[in-house]
Write a protein that binds this ligand. Structure first.
Ligand SMILES: *Cc1c(COP(=O)(O)O)cnc(C)c1O
Ligand SMILES: [Zn+2]
Length: 426
């Protein structure tokens, strides 16, 4: 706890948490360490006293605060700023994507650029809130089951908070993603198999000890960090909700958090209610949520062997899949599955139009927007926000194979002039 934070929040911050509510059967619980409903095993979410909040927080109050996700502290499930030790994630740029929009034939496109978070993905957001709770509850360690980005985010946050950290991940992950947790001093538990295998075994360890597995037994709190992505987007649009938001889908939790965030801002009167189409995408090779959306039953059939170009989205059995589908349907959004080739082309397009180097998860939403514009499903002047959730420097291998290795040239004017003539685009 630093001095500047106490000053920032004026010393005292009222907590408006009312408790936890089951999303399936609406049973209510105190906001403690439980993560699933004891009656029906359904997922839980944090509820706030919105009536009291209306008097306690305002747009102006928020706008004057430090540029991190903690500017929304009254809307986050922490007791106060005192116990927060973190890397100050959030308040990432919302970039007006004029060049990309022109290429796609759209006039109002923005990129919410979460590639610049402390560990280069949006996962720093949910982790910040979960680790704050772990500190508050005096947990002995934190951990996660990860497809890569969560491993880095959890281990870095644990390092800052000086908590032991256990990362369960598929041993087959790209090597840069397995490097980060070890660099940050976490204990890496590389397991055979898929993310779902890692998740299942982590689940057993989470409850055995006083350990907070951020995306497992702290999931309701973890989700609250994710929603700050859409809070910021609305604030940066001048307290307006976008008409269309494109969300990359892993477990589907981010998409559900986008919906919760929008609903809360509307309930507080900060944005207009109900017009945002929330859309999701995942690339070919692991599309259980998109397939569920397209199936008559609307049910999610797990993918046993995901083989996705976007490792960070390769969750075969998505915990929030069903809820994500119902939100996409209710809001009139689309569920889209681009090909691997389209994803790579979209990563290049984003880089070359906006200077943003995204990982395949970012290429995925750009590719889906392009596909849906071509189908006539997006109006020219709709306010469109692309959630670009991870940095491409973490996943070079998918791109390296689409560029020939550079051939060195003699440092000679003639040689280089000839070379430039042969390759020049100008
Ligand atoms: C984890 C992740 C997602 C999806 O998150 P879920 O909440 O599991 O759906 C999207 N993009 C990136 C880069 C991620 O790391
Ligand atoms: Zn329940």
């Amino acid at each position: 706890m630093t001095k500047s934070k106490a000053i920032l929040f004026g010393g005292t911050v009222t907590s408006y948490i009312r408790g936890l509510r089951c999303k399936e059967c609406s049973a209510r619980y105190a906001a403690t360490k439980i993560s699933v409903c004891e009656k029906c095993f359904g997922p839980l979410e944090v509820e706030y006293d919105l009536a009291a909040l209306r008097g306690g927080v305002s747009k102006d109050k928020i706008s004057g605060r430090e540029k991190t996700l903690w500017r929304y502290i009254e809307l986050l499930p922490v007791a106060g700023p005192e116990k927060i030790v973190d890397l100050q994630p959030g308040f990432t740029p919302l970039r007006r994507a004029k060049n990309l929009g022109e290429k796609l034939g759209l006039t109002n496109v923005w990129v919410k650029d979460d590639t610049v978070n402390p560990t280069y993905s949006f996962k720093d957001r949910p982790v910040a809130v979960a680790v704050a709770k772990a500190i508050e509850w005096n947990m002995d360690a934190v951990g996660c089951a990860s497809t890569g980005n969560l491993a880095a985010a959890t281990s870095a946050a644990a390092a800052k908070a000086q908590l032991p950290c256990y990362v369960f991940a598929p041993a087959s992950l790209e090597s840069t993603k397995l490097l980060a947790p070890r660099l940050y001093g976490a204990t890496l538990v590389p397991v055979y198999g898929t993310y779902d295998d890692a998740n299942r075994i982590a689940l057993l360890f989470a409850d055995r000890n006083n350990w907070g597995f951020v995306n497992i037994n702290m999931r309701p709190y973890y989700a609250e960090g994710s929603k700050t992505l859409i809070y910021e987007t609305c604030e940066q649009l001048g307290w307006q909700a976008p008409d269309l938001v494109l969300v990359p889908l892993g477990s589907g939790l981010l998409l559900t958090a986008v919906k919760k965030g929008l609903t809360e801002l509307a309930d507080l009167g900060f944005v207009r209610n109900g017009h945002t189409r929330i859309s999701g995408s995942q690339p070919e090779g692991c599309t259980p949520i998109v397939d569920g959306f397209n199936s008559p039953s609307g049910l999610v059939k797990p993918v046993k062997q995901p083989s996705s170009i976007a490792e960070s989205l390769a969750i075969g059995d998505p915990a929030s899949g069903y809820e994500a589908i119902s939100i996409i349907k209710k809001t009139g959004g689309f569920a889209d599955a681009p090909t691997s080739k389209e994803v790579i082309e979209a990563q290049k397009l984003l880089a070359r139009t906006e200077g943003v180097f995204a990982e395949p998860a970012g290429g995925t939403v750009v590719a889906s927007l392009k596909r849906r514009v071509e189908k006539g499903e997006v109006d020219k002047s709709e306010k469109v926000v692309l959630l670009v959730t991870g940095n491409g420097l973490k996943t070079p291998s998918v791109l390296l194979s689409s560029f020939a290795p550079p051939t060195p040239l003699k440092p000679d004017v003639k040689v280089i002039e000839n070379y430039l003539r042969s390759v020049s685009k100008w």
